[in-house]
Design a protein around this ligand. Sequence first.
Ligand code: ZN
Length: 676
Amino acid sequence: MKKFNRTLVTTALPYANGPVHIGHLAGVYVPADIYVRYLRMKGEDVLLIGGSDEHGVPITIKAQKEGITPQDVVDKYHNIIKDSFEKFGISFDVYSRTSNKVHHETASEFFKTLHEKGEFIEKTSEQYYDAEANQFLADRYITGTCPHCKSEGAYGDQCESCGTSLNATDLIDPRSSITGNKPELKETKHWYLPLDKYEPYLKQWILEEHKEWKPNVYGQCKSWLDNGLHPRAVTRDLNWGVPVPVDGGEGKVLYVWFDAPIGYISATKEHTPDWEKYWKAEDSKMVHFIGKDNIVFHCIIFPSMLKAEGSYILPENVPSNEFLNLEGDKISTSRNWAVWLHEYLEEFPEKQDVLRYVLTANAPETKDNDFTWKDYQARNNNELVAILGNFVNRALVLTHKYFDGKVPAAGELNDFDKETLAEIPTIKAQVEKNLETYHFREALKEAMNLARLGNKYLADTEPWKVIKTDEERVKTIMNICLQISTNLSTLMEPFLPFTVNKLREFLNIEPLAWENIGENVIEVGHQINKASLLFEKIEDATIQAQVDKLLATKAANEAANKPVTPAKENINFDDFMKMDVRVGTITEAEKVAKTKKLLKLTVDTGIDQRTVVSGIAEHYKPEEIIGKQVSILVNLEPKKLKGIESQGMILMAEDADGKLSFVSPDQAVKPGSEIR
Ligand SMILES: [Zn+2]
């Protein structure tokens, strides 16, 4: 195996048009953070690189919709994302952003180098153009039907239903997302990276030399390579992004997927003047943590760019996860179907590790997985509280009870003691093996086995019984329990950094190195502190509140998506003229006794003062509507409702969620005015 002297870990740049959710965390940031914390504990030279991706069309579309600048959009979300990562303990060495100067310079230089080396093809082609908006329609500015899966609403660069990467001209029935118009074709010049040129190299590098990559990553690469690569445009007709820095580039910017991965380089530059050794030295190992939707960009396109530039190393591994769903549905920013990190941090203070634990224990490493609040509760209560928290608590409480919190000396060890202690290095080796091969779920499960071992040891040795007859034996038992607790404070650190800080405070010890796991490092006579609970039980009501929140989101989405009732059959003009609709003014209103929905109204119709019973009591209070002008059908046959004769009908507009509104003239009108 190749020997590396430093590691550069990059994490997919979250897109700055919304906050970060649990899907992002489980797919990328939690596993990357575990990996880097582990390497740091081993004393290795490692950098964790991150930043916000602030270019691209979704940001300009959002800015246009909200009537603010793209910079306003990215400033808002960059700050929310950066702050929530920090509070969640994602231990970035640098968290940068692609709208800053160092990135614009770096991306610009990178493009110029490739241009000077003749690595691009310049090509004039016809692209979709919206004449009314006076703008070319790049990427998400155009939508249409996907030519592969036939689903509607595919974007000009990608279909989100089937994940296929597209060219805008592939779309069936394309529409401008600015005006909804059918776009026209207009000539424009762009720069293309000829990916086909790197195809033989990529085949050798990935398919032959990196068979160890995860099957989902390897498989997707193989499918791309088997289908054949084609030149890909790396510029766009837009004004938000890194300007194309060569002649003829006016009014054009780099394609967001060209500039975003260069963001890893810019961020490293921002962090250290020594950045080049991480990016260019042959003994550096680069690992990209990403979600499955980014595989092609990190395994095919970015490596081709780096190869074309010539002085950079390529990634050693690209551990990509599958998707995490939420309560059985795909997580979606636009449908607000997500658990947002910044909201979680507010609603569950001091519970970062519970979420880190659940997202790792249930990580979508080999297939899409589902996050449910019930599972979150069960893992907290049955695993963190009942296994890890319970063991540590008993070890500490009993030491205080029997030995005033001083670490007792172990006497002679029996076979069971020896077997128990011998398990620790075995568990350590299992955790290491899994972490180094990016199996974080399995690594966490192995680490929890140390807490299970502690519980089993306590249950079998029963110090609370033995203390009555053999205090010396209990000294040995508690010494071993404290050794296990100390080892837990080290072994758990990559996974549960907040919890181990608490545990060290209880044990009154400093952080230890990874290599200390398995050694007896807690000294006899050492005074430990009073302990409190590491984890607390999460009650049903807390979980129900989160489920209710999601149900409310679902109801709101359903109402918003409810189809409009289809049009009725045509009628002739005479039929229409039979209806006598007038403007009336409500002069009196009261609730109809013993009903929930009915109000009894008196309406001045201009013709007369009449009584109308109307089913609007859940939408309007009687006192609010006196004086209100409304539309009333005056020639409807009278009808008795709850013993009151109703003479006519007030016309109401009904919203998708069933909410009723009056249909009123937009200025005062004489009662009796005809509506037609
Ligand atoms: Zn599709």
